[in-house]
Design a protein around this ligand. Structure first.
Ligand code: ADP
Length: 252
């Protein structure tokens, strides 16, 4: 198993022998050892129901562990869910400004911050639109912009592009690597797609079937931002093949 690359920044989340058993007795995670440091983008892959979302929820402090330890080092979190979860009666700008509404900022400052995030995700010009007028990919961009307004140190993504068509998904993957190159938040990204995991990440962590344990931790050495053509390189496909092998072994 490969460890995090040396020379990276501080630990933003650390799990040590962490486990989760739900109150009904369902064991979701078992003895998970995993650390994510500043400058890392770590994808989590594993069979359906192996505890990936649960691990993100633990990282966010939304779910308690029932065994082991978790160390949370990030002051600011971003969380993007599988669904865009936008308020339908609010405009794009009003949705994106939501997380900073409780901050001691005037409306003008809040909207400035929202507009900057909206521009970052390529939606300048759509700030006054209502969610129902946007495509699925655009709604997901709004959801990412909303998380960006918190200026996250640790950005948690729970399979955000899984419901999108392949072209839109690849486009958003390209943009996510650009965003990561610019902002250098640490990322934890849940996905079912091996190609998406390799394309986005500095490391890919493979979980076994439920209860999820870490059965592989593979470094991905390519620089950011990543060119779309990377997906067709021999080195990319060798890493994808290795992950695929680990995933097959992880089923039980
Ligand atoms: P994944 O994201 O890998 O698909 P989840 O983390 O969503 O998996 O769920 C892990 C397992 O825990 C699944 O079998 C799921 O059915 C179960 N589970 C999730 N939440 C609860 C809960 N609140 N109570 C009981 N079981 C749960």
């Amino acid at each position: 198993m490969q460890q995090a690359r040396p020379g990276l920044g501080s630990e933003l989340i650390g799990f040590e022998q962490a486990g989760v058993v739900f109150p009904d007795g369902t064991p979701a995670l078992e003895q998970v050892d995993l650390t994510v440091r500043a400058g890392e983008f770590v994808s989590l892959v594993g069979p359906s129901g192996c505890g990936k979302s649960t691990l993100l929820r633990v990282a966010a402090g939304l779910q308690d562990i029932t065994g082991g330890y978790v160390q949370r080092g990030a002051a600011r979190l971003g969380y993007v869910f599988q669904e865009p979860t936008l308020l339908p009666w609010r405009t794009v700008r009003e949705n994106v400004a939501l997380p900073v509404e409780s901050a001691k900022l005037g409306k003008r400052a809040r909207y400035q911050r929202a507009d900057a995030a909206i521009a970052t995700v390529g939606l300048a010009g759509f700030a006054d639109h209502l969610p129902h007028t946007l495509s699925g990919g655009m709604k997901m961009r709004v959801s990412i912009a909303r998380a960006l307004t918190c200026e996250p140190e640790l950005f948690l993504f729970d399979e955000p592009f899984g419901a999108l068509d392949e072209i839109t998904r690849e486009h958003l993957n390209d943009e996510t690597t650009r965003l990561f190159a610019e902002r250098r938040f640490a990322g934890m990204f849940v996905t079912h797609s091996i190609a998406e995991a390799v394309f986005l990440s500095t490391r890919v962590v493979v979980l076994s079937g439920r209860p999820g344990r870490v059965v592989g931790d593979i470094a991905v050495p390519f620089d950011y931002p990543r060119a779309p053509s990377l997906r067709f390189s021999a080195e990319f496909n060798a890493i994808a093949a290795e992950l695929s092998e680990l995933l097959r072994g992880g089923h039980r």
